[in-house]
Design a protein around this ligand. Structure first.
Ligand SMILES: [Zn+2]
Length: 430
């Protein structure tokens, strides 16, 4: 297990270098830079491909060398990279992919090249414009049940991407994709004809990636190609694992189903407030009735693709999600006559935007933070963020509804501690 982990970690400095060199290429745009950058990229793509194969082989415990794995699998990366480079470099694209192919065959060295490229850095601008509004691009659409299809989407506006970001995206995507392909090539060598899509539990997991968690693909199928394209989306950390079609070796599907639900629930619990609070705060309801009247407008927000996927996994319809948000706000915040608004509106507009925290953080800290004591009819709770910032949450001590929440300095908290009376308090937050 530890050696496999090592291989995966090893990818990162290589990706970094590929990113750097590609970035320099985009900036300098010279033929020389181009050739060499592609060599480096090709090298890393190849290395990544073999690392993927090696991992697959070690997973399967096969007595073969990763280098005996066919590099044919890399064609897909080259074919996909070609239009992307075309978009950026126009006529250079064919040359670029030719050199990639050569580089893959010859595994060239790249140390001095890197230095030369660095000298030429910042000759050109540091943003790349993409004038593609009105044109179409193909994207893989994932249905709530995990079905895949290719759809054409019209590009709405021209965009400018920072060189750094673009190079990062391009190199990482190519390297990552090569890794996955090498992986699958390794399975093929071991006689495995199917693999399983596994997502990662974390707040950055996109719902349409989560929808594929645990889904099994047949090597060489059209669906597999689409799944690999999803895996090739920027910053995706999903991975293929072998599927043996044998219950003695495969983790039961229920396990993936359970994880999927758990992660979907985490995402939903954060998004339901954080992605809708700006809208609700702007409406600024003046009574509970007005708050409940927002449900129908909210419902249409929950009809978008991401929520449809989350809703499918969690068994919730758009109107149920909308009602749930209203209920959550109503149960945890109250209308403050003094401020002329609900306390979540106050917290959002007066603190959260400026102090950069999320409404879901407030609920978490109220539940898990330290209850330092009471003063008047208020109970004071403090909690700490991972980045070291501290939050002060004030709740009504009878019904536990939130009065306010804000980021507090150590000095503020010290002062607060001297003013509150310590109490035993056993109210359980939901
Ligand atoms: Zn992913």
């Amino acid at each position: 297990m530890s050696s496999q982990r090592f291989l995966v970690d090893l990818l990162s400095p290589e990706e970094e270098e590929a990113v750097r060199v590609l970035q320099e290429l985009i900036i300098t745009k010279t033929d020389e830079a181009k050739k060499r950058a592609v060599q480096v990229l090709a090298k890393y793509i190849t290395v990544s491909y073999y690392l993927g194969a090696e991992k697959a082989i070690s997973q399967l415990g096969l007595p073969i060398q990763p280098t005996s794995i066919s590099v044919q699998g890399l064609d897909a990366v080259i074919n996909e990279l070609s239009p992307v480079l075309e978009e950026t470099f126009g006529f250079l694209a064919k040359d670029l992919t030719d050199v990639i192919e050569q580089g893959i065959k010859n595994n060239m060295s790249y140390q001095q090249i890197k230095q030369q490229l660095q000298e030429k850095l910042r000759t050109f601008g540091n943003r790349i414009p993409f004038q593609r509004a009105g044109q179409y691009r193909e994207i893989v659409e994932v249905s709530p049940t995990g079905r895949l299809r290719l759809v054409r989407k019209k590009i709405k506006r021209n965009i400018t991407i920072s060189t750094e970001k673009y190079a990062d995206m391009l190199a990482r995507t190519a390297v990552k994709k090569a890794y996955a392909l090498g992986h699958i090539e390794g399975y093929k060598a071991g006689g495995i004809r199917k693999w399983r899509y596994t997502a990662v539990a974390d707040e950055r997991t996109r719902p349409h990636h989560l929808a594929l968690h645990g889904k099994v693909f047949v090597v060489g199928s059209k669906e597999e190609q689409l799944a690999l394209r999803v895996m090739g989306e920027p910053n995706c950390r999903c991975r293929p694992i072998p599927f043996f079609d044998d219950p003695r070796y495969d983790t039961p599907a229920e396990v993936y189903e359970r994880e999927k639900q758990e992660w979907a629930n985490q995402t939903y619990e954060e998004w339901k407030l954080d992605k809708n609070i700006a809208f609700i705060a702007k409406a600024n309801p003046q009574s509970r009735e007005e708050l409940f009247n927002l449900a129908s407008d909210l419902e249409s927000r929950f009809r978008n693709k991401n929520y449809r996927i989350l809703g499918h996994i969690l068994g919730m319809k758009a109107h149920q999600m909308a009602e749930d948000v209203i209920k959550t706000l109503d149960e945890n915040f109250f209308y403050s006559k003094k401020q002329g608004m609900f306390t979540f509106v106050h917290i959002y507009s007066k603190h959260a935007v400026k102090e950069k925290f999320r409404l879901s953080d407030v609920l978490t800290i109220r539940k898990e933070g330290m209850r330092i004591g009471e003063a008047g009819n208020a109970l004071h709770i403090i909690g700490e963020f991972r980045d070291g910032r501290k939050m002060h949450v004030v709740v009504n001590k009878k019904n536990f509804k939130i009065i306010t929440a804000h980021i507090a300095s150590d000095r503020y908290l010290k002062n607060l501690l001297s003013k509150v009376k310590e109490v035993e308090y056993d109210y359980q937050a939901k």
